[in-house]
Design a protein around this ligand. Structure first.
Ligand code: GTP
Ligand code: MG
Length: 212
């Protein structure tokens, strides 16, 4: 993917404020501090298109970015940060669920897991929603640089067990070394292209019944 432009479009909390669903889009989800914003910045080769922070829980909005004017990348609010006020925590579920359920241009969700952490309730909740709404899922294990190559399999095992996903479903990624960047792009491009090949297929009934 050649990045010609990467621009912030807008922030929103609810559908009325989302940008028009004219371009295909891929969203990034995962617990606070897992590295969503860092992954997006590495993908688009920008140091700070998306604000990253060492103070987790700051990104409490759905942030839309336009890439090459042809598709959107969406930074979803993180969850699971203990010091976020309860009122804000309560908003996360409805905000993210509504987005997943209603966003017609959504082609896939990248869900991030920290290589050093066992997935928790919200991670599994998110996977359930993605399954419920039949949204293609791109699981990524990030911060791979934090663990030596020899230790990785042992670290990853609890993630496989908790999610029930096979090892080959995951892409290993590091925002520090950029390991896995190309593989994530391949999977994003495949998801975005689904749009072109699948577009309009619902317009043609499989049987003649509708014409009766
Ligand atoms: P919220 O916006 O709070 O939900 O967090 P986020 O998921 O967007 O995480 P963010 O990208 O802001 O990263 C959080 C911290 O982890 C920052 O200090 C990053 O520099 C660091 N970080 C992110 N990815 C990596 C990685 O692959 N390796 C290492 N070593 N650090 C990383
Ligand atoms: Mg962020």
């Amino acid at each position: 993917m050649i990045i010609k432009s990467a621009d912030f479009v807008k922030s929103a909390t609810r559908p009325a404020h989302y940008p028009e669903a004219e371009l295909p889009e891929v969203a990034f989800a995962g617990r606070s501090n897992v590295g969503k914003s860092s992954l997006i910045n590495v993908l688009v080769n920008r140091k700070a298109l998306v604000r990253t922070s060492s103070t987790p829980g700051r990104t409490q909005l759905i942030n839309f970015f336009s890439i090459n004017g042809t598709f959107h990348l969406v930074d979803l609010p993180g969850y699971g940060f203990a010091q976020v006020p309860l009122a804000v925590k309560k908003e996360w579920g409805p905000m993210v669920r509504t987005y997943l359920e209603s966003r017609t241009s959504l082609k896939a969700v990248v869900i991030l897991f920290d290589i050093r952490r066992v997935p928790r309730e919200e991670d599994l909740q998110l996977l359930d929603w993605l399954e419920e709404f039949e949204i293609p899922t791109i699981p990524v294990i990030t911060k791979a640089d934090k663990i030596g190559r020899g230790q990785r399999d042992r670290q990853i095992k609890p993630i496989l067990e908790a999610t029930g996903l096979p090892l080959d479903a995951f892409t290993l990624f590091s925002a520090t070394t950029r390991e896995g960047r190309d593989e994530v792009w391949q999977r994003l491009e495949a998801a975005l292209e689904e749009d072109a090949s699948g577009a309009g297929s619902d317009d043609f009934p499989a049987t003649g019944e509708d014409f009766a």
